[in-house]
Every structure is written in C-alpha cells, then in structure tokens.
Design a protein around this ligand. Structure first.
Ligand code: ZN
Length: 284
C-alpha cells in the first residue's frame, strides 16, 4: 500500500513537472519562429561586398524570411526573392550578371505547408526594400506594415530606382495600414520583438531583435552585414547607400549584442544559415 502510494505520488509529480514544461512558453510572448528558405544566390565576384578582398572569388548566399508567432499574431520579417523565379529552375541573372538567383521553394508553398494563408499575417516588416527582401511583399496586403520613414520615402517616392528598388514587387503595400518609424520600435510593447534602426545599406534599413523563449535573444541582420567575415572585419559593401553610416551602424549593433547577450543571425551567410533549422521545423 505504501509502495503503491509512492508510485502514485511519482506519477503525479511527473505529470506536474511535464505540465510545467509544456506551459513554460508564455502564450502572450514570442512562442516560436519559422526560418523559411526565400531564395539562394551565387555571385561570381564577392569583392563587391568586401571591397579589395576576395576579388574575383565566387560565393553562395542564403536568403531567409522569418515568421514569428506571438500570441494570436503572426509577424513576417522579409519576403525574399519573387516566387516567380521558381519558374526558372536554371536561375535568373541579376545585377548585370554579378548574381544568379534561384527560388527552389516558393514562400507561398512554405506558408501553405504551415497552414498559414498570406492574409493570416497580421504584422509585416522588411529589413529594406531591395528585391531579394521585398520580392513577395504584394501577397501580404492585410498586415500592418512597420517601416522607417526614410525607407518609405525612398521606396514610395518618385525615384525608387535611385535606391535600387523595384516597386512592382511591393506596390500593393501602399494600401496597407502603416506605422512609420524614426528609430527603434517595440512591436508588441513587451520587449520580445523590437525593430532596430540600422541605416546605411539603404536609407531606412532596419534589423530585428527577437527574444526566443529557449534560445534567447537573436538579432536578424537584414543586410546590415552580409556574411561573417564582413562582420568580423567590419567591412562595408561598395554599393551601400551611405558607407560611413553603415560603419556607425555596425558599431552600434556590436554594442547592442554585447549588452543584450544576443546572437547575430546573418541572413545571407549560407554556412550559418544552414546550421539553423528551417521550416517546416521551427526554433524556440
Ligand atoms: Zn540589400
């Protein structure tokens, strides 16, 4: 009888502990994040991103989109290369032959696999409006758009091509509810998802702090930096909109990472990206 009671108590304790484990991720904060494959590219001369270094060397880039579940909300960070590129399995060339682009899996199909319709996305923000980040933006017309005022003026002003933007990719966003920013912004007002103003690559470039429930704080780089060696050496790509501002931004983010014990997830760094689980899996 005593022995049976001990056994029952043990089972009770186990149930209790597993209930705690299951409920450990708060429902009103970030619960999980899906990393989606939003294209791949190869350059035949990486020195365009690292002036004077690795001249004539080719390099592969990853390109991710990130879907964040926060309570009942779904936030999409970046929209990748246009799904239309998937119709060309041999890839398409861009930037005057400097790049070849592939879309092996469309963003739409990856969302469908997760049971998410584009209109389910409640919040959307792009690191910046270059075509490999804004390629599928037109799908997300129901979401509230978070954008720096300087990026808005460049993307929706009279000369978007001056900034390397292709409005056909994102023109529909004009009608979205929009929150124009001038600096950092705490999206859910609980510190769990914070847009960081990181200008330089484009006039209103931004990065994203996400506090994951188990992995802790990560900063999604956007194109604040393109790959690890450039981060280590604080290199600024030749074509950035403002190179001095880019350098200041990198110093600011380095200090921010140290203060917040945050990791930097570099969007276009293929080796780092390959080590992070992608959808349909998720990170917590
Ligand atoms: Zn870019």
């Amino acid at each position: 009888m005593v022995r049976l009671n001990v056994a029952v108590c043990r089972i009770g304790l186990l149930l209790f502990l597993s209930a705690i484990a299951a409920s450990a991720i708060a429902e009103n904060s970030v619960q999980r994040m899906y990393v989606l494959n939003c294209g791949e590219s190869r350059t035949n001369d990486v020195s365009m991103w690292s002036p004077g270094d690795d001249v004539g060397k080719s390099r592969d880039f990853s390109d991710n989109c990130y879907l964040i579940r926060h309570g009942k909300d779904l936030m999409l960070w970046d929209t990748g290369m246009s799904d239309a590129i998937a119709d060309k399995p041999e890839g398409v060339t861009a930037a005057g032959g400097l790049l070849t682009l592939w879309v092996r899996r469309t963003l739409a199909s990856q969302l469908r696999e997760l049971g998410v319709a584009p209109t389910d996305i409640t919040h959307i923000a792009l690191s910046h409006f270059h075509a490999d980040h804004s390629g599928n933006a037109n799908l997300f017309t129901a979401a509230k758009l978070y954008i720096q005022g300087a990026e808005y003026d460049a993307a929706f002003g009279s000369e978007p091509s001056k900034f390397g933007f292709a409005p056909a990719n994102y023109e529909n966003l004009r009608a979205n509810p929009v929150v124009k920013l001038n600096g950092d912004h705490d999206v859910f007002d609980d510190g769990s998802v914070v847009i960081l103003s990181t200008p330089g690559h484009t006039p209103g470039h931004q990065s994203l702090l996400v506090r994951l429930p188990r992995r802790g704080a990560v900063v999604l780089s956007g194109d604040m930096v393109h790959f690890q060696e450039n981060w280590t050496n604080r290199r600024v790509p030749a074509r950035n909109f403002d190179r001095e501002q880019s350098a200041r931004t990198m110093e600011r983010i380095a200090a921010f990472l140290a203060e917040n014990h945050a990791q930097l997830w570099i969007n276009h760094d293929k080796a780092q990206s390959d080590a992070i689980p992608h959808a349909p899996g998720h990170v917590e």
